[in-house]
Design a protein around this ligand. Structure first.
Ligand code: NAD
Length: 327
């Protein structure tokens, strides 16, 4: 019989790609999602429990019923700017909801968790590439919720029969290689979907913040990791937990930095259009360069990013956006 894995946030961008990966690898993903930002039609590889993690009874019932071998925890609010304006929403939905999940897991003897953490826990980089021992000093409420949850997991591991892998993603990007799921936010703030929408003429102009960074072309450099590579890392993290009963924090990035202008060039190349750019001044708190060193994940999980070259990220995202516009 297939092992059940509970996937909170399985109707979202990254969670749904992980459900597909679990399904392809003979697990049975069960999505627990309130559809606040997720889509019902992204839940294609197992059932959906449409409930809110802030409701302890509901997550307790779900875990009692399905007895998952492990939980993958993607559910969260994840917009940095919104978290600064409305921290209460973030502390409740990210931290409080995670405490509910952990309580239900302990109560029902589920001992493995994979947690979606973030490079936002590092704050302003003191050096790049960023390794896991880089100081964690988040500068937004969002980053602090992820940092707090990491600390909570460490305490739980010491006190209870419980193990976790905290995966610190850099910028998740691209779409499912068969264009089944991809980025789809009501209020988009991420560069790649906005630039593609500009190329596809759904938006007039793309705002680019900062042309005077100390980088090769003056624009900011970031590390983009394809969602399929995130999914393969989660699967390996699951096997790591099952086979070692140990806990760990790991960066997940491509270890390559691309500038904003490089991203725009690549999208222009694959859409045969010119993207109209509005030059805006730098935003506070946006570092010039941010990219990962993921060698710990490579060593511990035997994982390697295989789809995070710029061409695969951009072409998969364009394919998904064209399909999404027809849905
Ligand atoms: N996208 C990135 O670049 C990135 C980078 C680092 C970390 N992360 C983390 O990865 C995870 C997934 O991000 P995403 O980009 O797929 O976001 P998303 O918004 O697409 O997915 C989040 C999912 O969680 C669900 N959800 C939110 N609150 C819930 C609640 N209280 N109860 C039940 N379901 C709830 C939403 O409906 C949605 O389906 C998040 O934890 C995010 O912080 C994302």
């Amino acid at each position: 019989m297939k092992e059940n894995i509970l996937v909170t946030g399985g109707a979202g961008y990254i969670g749904s790609q992980n459900c597909k990966e679990l399904y392809k690898n003979n697990f049975h993903p069960i999505t627990f999602d309130n559809l606040s930002t997720g889509r019902k039609d992204f839940v294609k590889w197992g059932e959906l429990i449409q409930e809110d993690l802030k409701d302890f009874q509901k997550i307790d019932e779900a875990i009692k019923k399905y007895k998952p071998k492990a939980v993958m925890h993607f559910a969260a609010n994840a917009l940095v700017a919104e978290s600064i304006k409305d921290p209460q929403k973030y502390y409740e939905n990210n931290v409080l909801a995670t405490l509910n999940l952990l309580k239900a897991m302990l109560k029902n003897s589920v001992k493995y968790l994979i947690f979606s953490s973030s490079c936002a826990t590092y704050g302003m980089p003191k050096f790049s590439p960023i390794i896991e021992s880089h100081p964690q000093d988040p500068i937004s409420a969002y980053g602090r919720t992820k940092y707090m949850i990491e600390q909570i997991l460490k305490d739980y591991e010491k006190a209870y029969d419980f193990n976790y892998v905290s995966l610190r993603y850099f910028n998740a990007a691209g779409a499912d290689l068969e264009a089944e799921v991809g980025e789809n936010r009501d209020e988009e703030t991420h560069l790649i979907p906005l630039a593609i929408d500009t190329a596809l003429k759904k938006i007039d102009k793309l705002n680019v913040y900062g042309f005077d960074y100390d980088t090769k072309d003056g624009t900011a450099i970031r590390d983009y990791i394809h969602i399929q590579d995130l999914a393969s890392a989660h699967l390996k993290a699951l096997f790591y937990l099952f086979s070692t009963n140990r806990s760990v924090e790991l960066n997940l990035g491509s270890d390559n930095g691309y500038s904003i202008l490089e991203i725009i060039d690549e999208i222009e190349k694959h859409t045969n259009t010119k993207i109209d750019v509005k030059r805006c001044s730098k935003r506070e708190g946006d570092p010039a360069i941010l990219f990962a060193n993921s060698s710990k994940a490579k060593k511990i999980l035997g994982w390697k990013a295989q789809n995070s070259d710029l061409k695969t990220i951009i072409t998969s995202a364009i394919k998904w956006h064209k399909k999404k516009n027809l849905l």
